[in-house]
Design a binder for this molecule. Structure first.
Ligand code: PLP
Length: 383
């Protein structure tokens, strides 16, 4: 089995490939149930909802190998991975420490759904580890962060998160969607659990919804049992598409990151642009930390134009290549204004506190030609 010894590009292609019947590409096993071969426990019966068809098992093996982790589990969406993992780690009476700038769906789940189950949540400043001990409670069980925040691309003190969790016996959890295993492998830094929306970079083609949990085998097994009951299993056809998409992750991510760096540098020097948020730029507050922790600066960036919301809207209308649509991580360049999409649910005051201006534009850089993309921004920014 190709595992910890190969480089990630090789593992993307070869890890966890069963080559069943000699098939070079993983076939779709479109069968809900399987011949009983002496399976005993409920969770071992072979059935799509129990997340153990050949399509599931091959993905589990590949995803665990990519992050050099013990185990992995695919789920029906990123939110299925996140909610099922949190519901496994936390029980009634427990308390969660969560970073104060999480993905909207996660934020809503932990603030609206978890309290109804008797699970309390407090938010931490990811940059200020000295403030965390005062927020502990007797029932604190886990600490939850994201590798790169949306849409400002901030990076918490991730080494401090792992150290703090270790000292206090907490489960450390990280949503690694924006970085992908190419740029960050949380298990290598001591995180217990990684969450992914595979809808984004791992699949990379804007054509499915899927999620993954990667990490410590004992925790992943517990999460699988919970998922077996909650029912958020990934369909075999979606498993197949995800499996196919993953193989090109390295070439996509590196090209996209390279273009993102060039686009960020172009925007930074443009007279109509007020500011650019990209961790690859030296003046980004997280630049030092990104350089230490990440293998690449990834392909998400955001920026503000002079003239606020009106100018931002005009720019979106003038661009011809980027598609105005939510989501990210695919081969097409996607562009949004967080104030009227991902962060529209927040009050203007809350957005201001988080630094999300009405004129802020977020770009998920795709794999179009770098020069074509920059030229498109150039013409759209012309006065
Ligand atoms: C999209 C996203 C999610 C949710 O994933 P779905 O696949 O849409 O359920 C979670 N976290 C981050 C960082 C995301 O970008």
């Amino acid at each position: 089995m190709v595992r910890h010894t190969s480089a990630i590009e090789t593992k993307l292609i070869h890890a966890g490939e069963p080559r069943i019947g000699g098939a070079v590409a993983m076939p779709i096993f479109q069968s809900s149930t399987y011949l009983n071969q002496g399976d005993t426990g409920y969770h071992d019966l072979r059935y799509i909802r129990l997340n153990n068809t050949p399509n599931h098992l091959a993905l589990h093996e590949k995803l665990a190998a990519l992050e050099n982790a013990e185990a992995a589990l695919v789920t029906a969406s990123g939110m299925a991975a996140i909610s099922t993992a949190l519901l496994t780690v936390l029980s009634c009476g427990d308390h969660l420490l969560a970073q104060n700038c999480l993905y909207g769906g996660t934020h809503d789940f932990i603030t609206k759904d978890l309290p109804k189950l008797g699970i309390a949540v407090d938010f931490i400043d990811g940059d200020d580890p000295a403030s965390w001990p005062a927020q502990l409670r007797p029932g604190t069980k886990a600490i939850y962060v994201e590798t790169l925040s949306n849409p400002l691309l901030q990076i918490a003190d991730l080494k401090a998160v792992v150290a703090f969790a270790g000292e206090r016996g907490l489960v450390s959890m990280i949503d690694n969607t924006f970085a992908s295993p190419i740029n960050f492998r949380p298990s290598e830094w001591g995180f217990d659990l990684t969450l992914h929306s595979c809808t984004k970079y791992l699949n990379g083609h804007d054509d499915l919804v899927a999620g993954a949990v990667i990490g410590r085998a004992d925790l992943v097994e517990g999460i699988k049992h919970k998922l077996d009951h909650l029912g958020g299993a990934l369909d075999p056809h979606a498993c197949f598409l995800l499996h196919r998409g993953i193989k090109t992750l390295a070439v996509r991510m590196r090209y996209q990151s390279d273009t993102a760096m060039k686009l960020a540098s172009f925007l930074e020097q443009h007279p109509s642009v007020k500011s650019v948020n990209y961790p690859g730029l030296e003046n980004h507050p997280a630049h030092q930390r990104a350089s230490e922790l990440l293998d690449g600066y990834s392909a998400m960036l955001s920026f503000e134009v002079k003239g606020e919301a009106t100018a931002a809207q005009k720019l979106l209308e003038r661009l011809t290549l980027p598609i105005v649509a939510p989501s990210l991580g695919g081969v097409e360049t996607l562009i949004t204004r967080p104030a009227i999409t991902s962060h529209a649910g927040l009050s203007p005051a809350e957005r201001q506190r988080l630094g999300i201006a009405d004129g802020l534009i977020r770009v998920s850089v795709g794999i179009e030609n770098t020069g074509d993309l920059i030229a498109d921004f150039e013409q759209a920014l012309r006065p």
